[in-house]
Design a binder for this molecule. Structure first.
Ligand code: FAD
Length: 494
């Protein structure tokens, strides 16, 4: 039987393991940590459960599809509900908006709360849908590095969208051109952070992102985001995938331009196919150090990172829900701090995710589990201890003011995640959340392909390679790899 070795049990590696097992490979996943999930893991802190990383779930069909491919009923493993409202937005001037799931209801609310014409909101969402539907098959669902992608009829569909794609305008300028209200522009600009980019630099093409949340929907997986990883690991194990934890791959061994095996502390393990779910930069620097690395690709600017304060709060706030955003006064200044000054704004936008709103067991009675996140630059030598302390103080000041409650005395439990820890725990280069940023037009083409053009049998999946970071795109990267890797034919067909 042909063997596949997967380096890393992040969501991309887990999804790839399912796809390769279904293609007939004997699959082993080597994971450096004690358990699976990578950025998508969970932990308990004194009676409070936290999803450590991703909190917003979109495109759930990409998870369902893995169970269906295996002939299983997804609902037997994993369930989720569509959120309505999706997010609660709060501005420093006291205004507040509930982002309802149905576009018409969302548009009515935007008009009611911010005076934004309903029709303009509906037009923007319809345009986002049109552009997503026109371009996803070319830019997201397939390899951008195979000639057949460009020979497909989907390219004509994508070309048809070119004039409307916002290639020569920034995301912010496109939004500001359409809407007069700076608060609604800020709401739309925030979607740039979904792949760690800067709306004042990123092209208008990123305005396809709202389609995912506002037209297709945002979802909550029962059991938290971690349930996505754990249900897929269950499926993978049923398909015969072996997970070897606390066993980092030290080298991808090659011979005559072909992968031969992976080397771990326990020896060399033969593999016909190796899929790296490790960030592509350390994959080259550490596991393939004898091979020339694609320097231009590896030197693409990284995405932003985050400071997360996991707070067990001994109080319940009726005005808060699952996803809450407290905007900064000056968004441009905030992004200048992140991307130019490489530091954190003294008035950051604060995101609070509270799963105990939907799963009361995630916090003790009368309490809430706050995942408090601020966008920050990736690691470039900053003094994170100082930034953690300064940002904590500004977040507490802001939330105490906006929620009319002194928050600090309510913090019963606390843990912090910073870019250095993200790098240490997952090998994500410089602690970037989403691999490289999408701050320029060519970013999509400059991400590493899902295969190696130098080494036969070597493939790549996860947030640092095509089509990019975020859970849905990591699942798509695994799908592209799954489609590229040759199927293992039963003996009689060989
Ligand atoms: P990773 O999660 O990066 O995991 C890689 C795995 O490889 C790790 O387990 C690591 O230990 C292992 N590994 C590395 N090197 C080796 C080696 N040599 N040998 C063996 N194993 C190795 N996305 C969303 O869609 N929605 C969100 O709301 C969202 N919010 C986020 C918030 C935070 C705080 C973070 C950190 C991320 C967020 N993301 C979000 C991004 C999303 O979590 C990631 O894009 C995605 O989980 C990355 O998955 P991956 O497959 O690239 O693997």
């Amino acid at each position: 039987m042909k063997k596949a070795a997967i380096v890393g049990a992040g969501i991309g590696g887990i999804a790839a393991s399912v796809r390769l097992a279904l293609k007939g490979y004997q699959v082993t996943v080597y994971e450096a940590n004690e358990s699976f999930g990578g950025k998508m893991h969970e932990f308990w802190l004194g009676g409070y459960r936290f999803d450590a990383g991703p909190s917003l779930f979109t495109l759930p069909h990409l998870v369902d599809e893995l169970f269906e491919l295996a002939g299983r009923n997804p609902a037997a493993y994993f369930s989720y509900t569509r959120l309505n409202p999706i997010t609660h937005y709060f501005w420093p001037d006291g205004s507040h908006l509930k982002a309802y799931a149905e576009p018409k209801e969302f548009a009515r609310e935007a008009e009611r709360q911010l005076g934004v014409p309903q029709q303009d909101v509906l037009e923007v969402l319809a345009r986002s849908r049109r552009l997503y539907n026109g371009t996803a098959d070319t830019f997201l669902n397939k390899s951008l590095h195979k000639a057949r992608t460009y020979l497909s009829p989907d390219v004509l569909k994508a070309l048809g969208c070119l004039s409307d794609l916002g290639l020569n305008i920034t995301m912010h300028d496109a939004n500001a051109k359409k809407f007069k209200d700076p608060r609604f522009v800020q709401l739309l600009d925030r979607f740039a952070t979904y792949n760690g980019s800067d709306p004042y630099q990123a092209p208008g093409t990123l305005n396809i992102i709202p389609h995912l949340e506002h037209n297709i929907g945002a979802f909550y997986p029962q059991g938290g985001m971690y349930a996505i990883a754990s249900s897929l690991v269950k499926l993978a194990e049923e398909l015969g995938v072996e997970f070897r934890y606390s066993e980092p791959v030290e080298q991808i061994v090659t011979l005559a331009g072909k992968v031969m095996s992976v080397k771990t502390k326990h020896g060399n393990f033969n593999a016909d196919v190796v899929v790296s779910n490790m960030d592509v930069v350390p994959t080259y620097r550490k596991l393939l150090s004898d091979h020339p690395a694609p320097e231009k690709t590896l030197q693409q600017p990284r995405s932003s990172s985050a400071l997360i304060y996991y707070w067990g709060i001994r109080k319940q706030f009726r005005e808060l829900h699952l996803h809450n955003i407290f905007f900064s006064k000056d968004y441009r200044e905030e992004f200048e701090h992140i991307f130019q000054q490489k530091t954190v704004s003294p008035d950051p936008t604060v995101y609070i995710n509270i799963t105990s709103k939907l799963e009361p067991g995630d916090a003790p009675p009368g309490c809430e589990n706050w995942f408090v996140m601020v966008n920050v630059p990736h690691h470039q030598g900053q003094d994170w201890q100082q930034l953690i302390a300064d940002t904590r103080a500004s977040v507490l000041r802001k939330l105490s003011r906006m929620l009319h409650t002194d928050i600090a005395p309510l913090i019963a439990q606390e843990q912090v995640l910073d870019p250095l820890l993200i790098e240490r725990r997952t090998s994500s280069f410089a602690g970037a959340l989403y691999g490289s940023s999408s701050n320029n037009l060519m970013a999509a083409f400059l991400r590493h392909p899902n295969f190696s053009s130098q080494l036969e049998g070597l493939y790549f999946c996860g947030g640092s390679v095509h089509p990019g970071g975020g859970v849905p795109l990591c699942l798509l990267s695994a799908k592209i790899v799954g489609e590229m890797v040759p199927a293992v034919l039963p003996i009689e067909e060989v």
